[in-house]
Design a binder for this molecule. Structure first.
Ligand SMILES: [Zn+2]
Length: 349
């Protein structure tokens, strides 16, 4: 096992640019920016053993600046996936060979919290659809889907994985495990999905030569977010091979260059860096007051204020940015529309 671990260490990290399309029925429904940052970190946490990492692009489809998030108001935010998948995705998507699209809606029919299509799928557009309630990582989330693992699970599907209970108790022998069920030999088959986080771990199928318990902690199962945490070695191999083939353009150095990945120093900084694409003069001025700062020289201020962690602190269409109650530190002020944002960093107080 030592040699295998060593071999894995030499694998290149595959970098995947993701864009979150937030669809809401009204502007009160926007997911706060910090939940996107949390979700990105949760994806990177669980995909780190696979050497697959995700980042928010700094440059959008036309090369213009972006923070990797789009905002669209539409009644499609109440999503009936039984017939609206294509309509929703065509509402707004970025080219699928340059971006992995994640659509976020307010609700879905039949209590669905997420679904996915694999890269290279020709029936529908690749990517995933999630409900807002499962996007994030523990902060302001509700159990049991509160560790951002719905997105992780769906990303497994995007990279061609099936559920360990696919087909039930099939592929139970060394001769059949690679071609039946989930086609993965180091995930023992299970008869049905497992829910919650049961102890002792059930054993619903009989494998040969060794009968193993169900892989309930696998990220491709249905247990609570806090109960799932692993991809197996062969799942990782399959995802990397699939991504290298069907996502070749997505993970290419040319795309990384065009999307501005090189500026990211670590995944923990991804959200912040993506939110501050330009250190250049911003074209607006600010004046300090004891209560906060005022934006000057703008017709329509329309600002968003982020803290150093990329969390959205305030937003308003006014030109006054109240700082009362906010701790001392570095802040990032975004002024202007999302399509042409300008930025300024400042130290408060
Ligand atoms: Zn699934």
């Amino acid at each position: 096992m030592q040699t295998q671990a060593k071999a894995k260490d030499t694998l290149d990290t595959l970098w995947v640019p993701v864009v979150f399309h937030l669809i809401a029925s009204d502007s009160a429904g926007w997911l706060p920016a910090y939940r996107i940052g949390d979700q990105l970190r949760a994806l990177n946490r669980d995909f780190r053993p696979a050497r697959i990492q995700f980042y928010l692009p700094r440059f959008g489809p036309g090369g213009g600046p972006t923070c990797g998030v789009t905002w669209t108001l539409s009644p499609l935010a109440q999503h009936d996936w039984t017939y609206q998948e294509d309509t929703l995705k065509k509402l707004l998507y970025w080219p699928t060979d340059s971006f992995l699209n994640i659509w976020v809606v307010e609700s879905m029919t039949l209590n669905t919290i997420g679904y996915a299509r694999a890269l290279g799928d020709t029936v529908g557009m690749p990517g995933m659809v999630l409900v807002t309630s499962v996007v994030g990582d523990q902060r302001d989330m509700q159990a049991p889907f509160d560790w951002g693992r719905t997105a992780v699970h769906e990303m497994g599907h995007v990279f061609s994985l099936y559920h360990p209970f696919e087909g039930g108790c099939v592929g139970t022998t060394p001769q059949t495990c690679a071609s039946e069920g989930d086609e993965i030999c180091d995930t023992p088959p299970q008869r049905n999905p497992t829910y919650g986080c049961p102890t002792p771990i059930p054993n619903t199928c009989t494998e040969t030569p060794q009968d193993l318990p169900d892989p309930i902690h696998n990220l491709m199962g249905y247990v609570d977010d806090s109960c799932m945490y692993e991809f197996t070695s062969l799942q990782i191999d399959r995802m990397r091979a699939f991504l290298s083939t069907f996502g070749a353009a997505l993970i290419s150095p040319e795309n990384a260059q065009a999307r501005g990945r090189q500026a990211l120093v670590s995944e923990d900084c991804a959200a912040i860096t993506a939110l501050s694409p330009s250190p250049e003069p911003s074209g607006f001025r600010v004046r300090r007051f004891p209560w906060g700062i005022a934006i000057e020289g703008e017709q329509n201020c329309g600002y968003r204020l982020y803290d150093v962690w990329g969390r959205l602190c305030h937003w308003s269409s006014s030109c006054e940015v109240p700082m009362e109650g906010l701790p001392a530190g570095i802040y990032l002020l975004q002024v202007g529309p999302h399509t042409a944002p300008r930025y300024m960093r400042f130290l408060w107080p």
